[in-house]
Design a protein around this ligand. Structure first.
Ligand code: SAH
Length: 377
């Protein structure tokens, strides 16, 4: 057998020490990528499926545990790849059962991942970037600014960290939403690869219908997502351009009308479910006329409307814009009632995990980097 490429070799540096090997994260590879790599080394395609099974179903951390692979292949894989999991820097569990992980990445940066129980189901909120560049004024992640994109493997590894032990069953009743840190359409290549890995039947085999990608509303990204069969959530958050631009600077580039056209096209061309998200800000975007306009947009695009009462930043941190207020329950109910009366399919996303800073829009890593505090349970 030939070995897996050139990249696994160590080279002496001018000062005599051995330089770091250029080892790749296996979790970055789709099944096609891995099959191609193995093919180059004259290995059969079924080996790639076996490796996927070991990695994503058995969830072993090392190649030497992949018992049905020949020793030579295991050695060759170990010299070329690693199965890179993040370091759990902190783990917290909310009174309502919501769990949040702060995960340290190889370069010392950190992200957050949130698991929200919901009856017999659970929703895992995945991050797609470290920080975010979009500057939505109500969102805590925006205060971190953008640090970098996550790789496909760093996205997938969030799930592997959350699933304890081997077995496909651990993923039963689990929905995946790209609603953690970052803007998925700004890291579309990696998000697309991560989705291919997560849906691969040789591994976890998630149905695309159990995956939802949330976006600030970038038409090109929405068009790409329509081809993948996943659900789409668009953060509208306002029904007029002037207010939307104040809340979400992206609206200067992609106006509400552009976003609604893209949404309608998505509805016409994709099997994925369409949702409009609307962060409800007390006294700002919660008027009756706004509810009526929003209901009309939902009906037009055949989208359900998800109302998310604003979650202020956790721990008393400053939001990007002063004066934002969480609406009262009465205001939320009134707004939702108008939507329902106007024929919208409406859901109110009551905050989960607000006591641990894990509710929508509260994700912002403030841990020292790199740190070793509060290991996970
Ligand atoms: N960048 C993507 C995904 C991350 S945000 C997007 O914008 O859609 C996921 C959802 O949380 C979005 O609908 C966003 O509008 C909402 N959100 C952000 N900050 C919030 C906050 N402070 N309170 C409530 N919802 C918030």
């Amino acid at each position: 057998m030939s070995t897996l490429g050139e990249r696994g070799s160590c080279a002496p540096t001018p000062c005599g020490s051995i330089s770091c090997r250029d080892v790749e994260n296996l979790l970055d590879l789709t099944l096609d990528d891995l099959t191609r790599e193995l093919n180059r080394a004259q290995e059969a395609p079924y080996r790639a499926r076996q490796i996927f099974h070991w990695t994503y179903v058995q969830r072993v951390p090392r190649f030497d545990a992949m018992a049905n692979l020949p020793t030579s292949l295991r050695e060759s894989l170990s010299s070329r790849f690693e199965i890179l999991r993040p370091e759990v820097r902190a783990y917290v569990r909310s009174a309502d059962g919501t769990q949040k992980w702060a995960l340290g990445l190889a370069d010392g940066l950190a992200i957050e991942t949130v698991l929200i129980p919901d009856g017999t189901r659970r929703t895992l909120c995945l991050s797609s970037q470290v920080g975010c560049a979009f500057g939505c004024v109500f969102c805590s992640t925006a205060t971190m600014k953008w640090r970098r994109n996550l790789s496909p493997g760093e996205i997938v590894a969030q799930l592997l960290t959350v699933l304890e032990g081997p077995g496909r069953d651990a993923a039963a009743g689990l929905n995946l939403v790209f609603m953690g840190m970052g803007e998925p359409t700004a890291n579309l290549e990696a998000v697309g690869r991560a989705i291919r890995i997560l849906t691969d039947r040789s591994g976890l085999g998630f149905s695309p219908r159990r995956i939802t990608v949330s976006t600030v509303g970038v038409p090109a990204g929405i068009a790409a997502l329509a081809r993948w069969g996943v659900g789409l959530a668009i953060s509208l958050n306002a029904v007029r351009d002037d207010l939307r631009t104040r809340l979400m600077p992206v609206n200067k580039t992609h106006s509400l009308a552009d976003v609604l056209v893209a949404a309608k096209r998505f509805g016409e061309s994709s099997k994925g479910r369409l949702t409009f998200e609307y962060v409800l800000l007390g006294g700002l975007n919660d008027g009756e006329d706004e509810a009526r306009l929003l209901a009309g947009m939902g009906r037009d695009a055949n989208a359900r409307v998800n109302v998310i009462p604003f979650n202020p930043p956790a721990g008393g941190a400053e939001p990007l814009a002063p004066g934002l207020r969480r609406p009262t329950d009465v205001e939320v109910d009134r707004f939702a009632a108008v939507l329902a009366r106007e024929g919208a399919t409406v859901m109110v996303r009551r905050s989960r995990g607000a006591d641990i800073g894990a509710a929508c829009g509260q994700l912002a890593v403030r841990l020292p980097e790199p740190a070793t505090r509060g290991a996970a349970a």
